[in-house]
Write a protein that binds this ligand. Structure first.
Ligand code: SAH
Length: 352
């Protein structure tokens, strides 16, 4: 049975009309549903009795449930969300530092991941399937309820959970349209970020979609030799083509891109690599996020990585700041609850 998250206002209106009811009810119903983070008491809605009965029979309130809730000491809450049609993904709520009324949510776009990045836990069990748009929206609603519990508002969404959003782009963009629909309680597109390993056609399609969300690019190395060691996809789209696509994205959307850089000891953390990164980004206005590697045990290749010592990461940051980039460390949160990508699912389901 489909759920409310499987509809947008237009498709719900069509459904209502097909059952002989006024399509105008769609907006009110979804407005209530999203306003209450995915809850709706049909008895309290001013709709005909006959419609109430139809909705009860044919549209579920939910099609996923929270299988596991892992709160961290720092306020981060990691959820394992089980989908009715099978499989489970991770969604994480992070309280916004210095904004006590806000929280950010991190959602997954696929069950498992096919990218094979050597330092990432999401890929260890391979790829299972794409999430449907409604299943992505459900994660946002679970996180919205979780935020409300701590008296915060879910204000930001990042597609940095499990999976590669650009390889499930039609469902990701449809989910973004549903959660950012201004006719009902929604999240601003200015507060939504899609993160990619560097799928160039996906970056271009997202740029042309008119959604104007933020783009984050997981670069992790300024040269192809280093990047290919940790990211198999680099053989398909190399550093230069990804940087060009990021420039195009910025030109079309006017959004300042985020360059993500997971720091791995002795691999991508040298002063030369920091200078090279500044050089290849050239005149691009970009925020560079340095992410200290979060240990996941040996990667698919058998290599065990480590985060660099703090002084080396600070030197890397300083070189980029001297080159006039906005550069910050991503604070690693939720360490005690396996909050890095794919870690919770792996610790529950085990590695095969
Ligand atoms: N597939 C997308 C989104 C998911 S990963 C992408 O590649 O961008 C979200 C971010 O977390 C990526 O930048 C990824 O490289 C990073 N990441 C994954 N595992 C990590 C780990 N163990 N430590 C630090 N960062 C990690």
């Amino acid at each position: 049975m489909p759920a409310f998250t499987d509809y947008n206002i237009d498709s719900l209106a069509e459904f209502l009309a097909a059952t002989g009811h006024r399509p105008e009810h769609a907006r009110g119903l979804l407005g209530t549903f999203y306003g209450q983070s995915g809850r709706i008491d049909l008895d309290a809605q001013s709709i005909p009795k006959s419609l109430r009965a139809i909705l009860r029979d044919r549209v579920a309130e939910r099609r996923s449930c929270v299988l596991l809730r892992n709160p961290s000491r720092d306020g981060t809450v990691k959820l394992l969300v089980g989908m009715q049609s099978g499989g489970a993904v991770e969604s994480v709520l992070m309280p916004t530092v210095a904004r006590p009324e806000r929280a950010a949510g991190c959602v997954s776009s696929q069950i498992g991941c096919a990218m094979g990045c050597d330092f990432c836990a999401s890929t260890k069990n391979g790829f299972e399937r794409n999430l449907e748009a409604g299943e992505i929206v459900e994660q946002v609603l679970h996180l919205g309820r979780e935020a409300a519990e701590s008296e915060r508002r879910l204000a930001t969404i990042v597609f940095m959970g499990m999976g590669e959003p650009m390889l499930n782009l039609s469902n990701v963009t449809e989910a973004i349209r549903r959660i950012s629909d201004r006719r009902i309680p929604s999240i601003s597109r200015r507060c939504i970020t899609v993160s990619t390993v560097g799928i160039v056609p996906g970056i271009d399609t997202l740029a042309d979609s008119g959604l104007n969300v933020h783009l984050a690019v997981s670069l992790h190395a300024p040269d192809d030799a280093t990047r290919a060691k940790i990211i198999p996809m680099n053989r398909r789209w190399d550093v230069a083509s990804i940087v060009e696509a990021t420039h195009r994205y910025q030109r079309i959307t006017s959004r300042v891109p985020v360059i993500e850089y997971t720091m791995l000891d002795g691999l991508n953390d040298s002063e030369d690599q920091a200078h090279l990164l500044a050089k290849i980004l050239g005149g691009m206005r970009a925020h560079i996020n340095l992410i200290p590697y979060n240990a996941i045990g040996p990667g698919l290749s058998g290599t065990t990585y480590q985060a660099p010592p703090m002084e080396r990461m600070e030197r890397f940051l300083q070189i980029l700041r001297d080159a006039r980039f906005s550069c910050h460390f991503r604070i690693t949160r939720g360490d005690d609850v396996n909050a890095a990508c794919g870690q919770l699912r792996l610790s529950v389901l085990g590695s095969t």
